[in-house]
Design a binder for this molecule. Structure first.
Ligand code: GLV
Length: 331
């Protein structure tokens, strides 16, 4: 009798043509509709699986893998992987992978756009216009902050941070960054970016963009004290993860005029958004869409499939998944 094929659980419907590559190697259990899986449902699905293809909404930790005796690989469709407890998986010998690289440029485009929208008050202006408040062109209406010639601060200078830095060059911005590890000189030169201590970055930036991974060590790294270091004319943009910003402290600063504006694509309790932020006119709010273009989302799924196949010992990269995850480090 033929060996039974390994079983793979796909937690969400993704792209059928790309997912179909899994069928060559595995018995695949699919999820027909977008589903907010409860922890018990994830545990039940994993209990029967050798591998899993999951997204950022699926939280997998010690409890979810406790009964997953056969599970050997979890492929995350996403570059951030704070939905996975990597240490708990590693303790069980389960390999985790993510999807870096393929979303870098799309996400950097969006980060730059969100920063510009906050600085130039684009959504605020649109809401104002739609509310019928525009009575005629006004010299003093909706004045925003300059982008060109200003100082961009980037906290977290991985691939996406570097992509944002390269875009800033075209706008004639001075680029400063902080990263736990300073980049090699050649990369700094390529990005025309200079390293700075974190506190100094907060104080110097006209526009600060967060692109660092979330870890418990950098929970609320942007707190009231950090915000107090920023210029009152500055903007803060985050395309990283909720949990990095103390959202109540941010709402205080925005309401009190101690910070000009913010652009947020990620939220601590997403999809719930802090009602105090919803009430602020000077914040641009988007629903975690920085990598959301069709070609990029397809590339993410494709890489996740390659990772899973390789991590489970099949295909051309058997045993060498292209993007193995290592525990994230705080910046
Ligand atoms: C999106 O947030 C990702 O981490 O890919």
């Amino acid at each position: 009798m033929a060996e039974p094929r390994p079983r793979v659980w796909v937690s969400q419907p993704l792209y059928a043509d790309i997912e179909a590559r899994l069928d060559e190697w595995f018995e695949v259990t699919r999820t027909p509709r977008i589903t907010d899986h409860a922890p018990d449902a994830i545990a039940a699905a994993l209990a029967d699986a050798d591998g899993a293809l999951v997204t950022l909404n699926d939280r997998i930790g010690a409890a979810e893998v406790a009964g997953a005796k056969r599970l050997c690989a979890v492929a995350n469709v996403g570059v951030g992987y704070n939905n996975l407890d990597v240490d708990a998986l590693a303790a069980r010998g389960i390999v985790a992978t993510n999807t870096p690289g393929v979303l870098t440029e799309t996400t950097a485009d969006f980060g730059f756009a969100l920063m510009m929208a906050a600085a130039r008050r684009i959504t605020e202006a649109e809401h104002w216009l739609r509310a019928g408040r525009w009575q005629g062109w006004g010299f003093h209406q909706l004045l925003g902050a300059e982008i060109h010639g200003s100082t961009l601060g980037i906290l977290g200078m991985g691939r996406i941070g570097q992509g944002i830095a390269r875009r800033a060059r075209g706008f004639g911005m001075r680029v400063l960054y902080h990263n736990r590890n300073r980049l090699p000189e050649a990369v700094e030169r390529d990005c025309a970016a200079a390293w700075l201590e974190r506190e100094a970055l907060f104080a110097e930036a006209d526009h600060l963009v967060l692109v660092l991974p979330y870890t418990p060590a950098n929970h609320h790294i942007v707190d009231a004290a950090a915000l107090a270091r920023m210029k009152p004319t500055a903007t803060l943009t985050s395309i990283a993860r909720g949990g990095l910003i103390d959202e109540d402290a941010l709402a205080d600063a925005l309401q009190a005029g101690r910070l000009a504006a913010a652009g947020l694509d990620v939220f601590e309790g997403e999809p719930a958004v802090n009602p105090r932020l919803l009430a602020c006119r000077n914040v641009v709010l988007t629903p975690h869409i920085a990598s959301a273009s069709l070609p990029t989302r397809r590339a993410m799924v494709s890489l996740a499939v390659d990772n899973l196949v390789a991590a489970m010992g099949f295909g051309p990269d058997a045993g060498r998944p292209p993007s193995l995850v290592t525990p994230p480090t705080a910046t």
